[in-house]
Design a protein around this ligand. Structure first.
Ligand SMILES: [Zn+2]
Length: 292
């Protein structure tokens, strides 16, 4: 699984090439319009080159690479740029995104979050995290939805999870938690939003429905074991009777509990019911897990 950082850095290296091409075109156009400026710039380069040769031949002290001639030329250049209203950074690389300075991330309080210019990259990361079917689920809609359903526990769960996510992002205490509530109370929606927020903060996150563990590849199981933030949705004690699911879930939980990695197990049944009805090995783990 590629992390959001990996996806962003691939985009940024393409962006660098674009910026260099744009810079070269800008310099060419400026020189065409102001040949005098090109002459000054060439003189500066020639002067440095000549001094370098002298240094190599021991004819000049290395400290004298930048000499009075160069200072005079730079002053002339500055004047020329000013008089002709040419930006002093016309020959520099200009960032494509002013907001993040082409780092792909911006700071929000203590958090480092993905910049808006990386929307497509973020969607790619969501897909890799198993959220491809939930494109329309947006964390920004969470509050409006919570107000619509004041009856359910989601609001309460939301505030608990908000605190949890801050600690996960700040790499403080992390644990495995059970989030249990009756069906149709928006648990999945909330869990997906939280996974998206975690990924948007640069963490590796995965979302998986428990019955999908049956066909999960070794590579996927490894992602589930080691990612920073994991949601196991639709937990069902019945499914622990399936050998493949039980085996995968046991390995995942074992690794995550031992390594203190944040995990949210979402279920409709009550935690005590889940412990009673689950396979022995899974039940032993569940009984030690805190509820949200
Ligand atoms: Zn940006």
């Amino acid at each position: 699984m590629r992390t959001i950082d990996m996806i962003i850095s691939a985009t940024l290296s393409n962006r660098d090439t674009v910026k260099q091409i744009e810079r070269d075109e800008r310099v060419l156009k400026t020189y065409e319009k102001y040949p005098e400026l090109q002459k000054i710039d060439n003189n500066i380069k020639d002067n440095i080159r000549a001094n370098l040769m002298k240094i190599l031949d021991d004819e000049l002290d290395p400290d004298s690479l930048h000499d009075d001639e160069e200072r005079m030329l730079l002053e002339k250049r500055e004047q020329f740029l000013k008089v002709n209203c040419i930006s002093s950074d016309f020959d520099k690389l200009w960032p494509v995104c002013e907001k993040c300075g082409d780092t792909g991330f911006v700071r929000k309080g203590n958090l480092r979050v993905v910049c808006k210019c990386m929307g497509e990259e973020l969607n790619e990361a969501f897909k890799e995290a198993g959220l491809g079917d939930f494109e329309s689920v947006r964390p920004s809609l969470l509050d409006a939805k919570a107000i619509k359903n004041p009856e359910n526990k989601r609001k309460e769960a939301r505030s608990r999870l908000d605190a949890v996510i801050v600690s996960v992002v700040e790499k403080k205490e992390q644990k495995v938690l059970i989030y249990s509530d009756k069906a149709q109370t928006g648990k999945t929606y909330l869990a997906i939003c939280l996974t998206k927020v975690a990924i948007g903060c640069g963490l590796t996150g995965c979302y998986v429905k428990m019955d999908d563990l049956i066909g999960a590849s070794d590579e996927k199981i490894s992602d589930y074991k080691y990612c920073d933030f994991l949601v196991i949705d639709d937990f069902s004690s019945m499914l622990t009777n399936n050998f493949k699911i039980r085996f995968a879930l046991d390995r995942i939980l074992e690794t995550r509990i031992n390594n203190g990695k944040f995990t949210l197990i979402v279920m409709n049944e009550s935690p005590s019911e889940a412990v009673d009805k689950s396979d022995e090995k899974i039940a032993a783990k569940l009984s030690r897990i805190e509820c949200l």
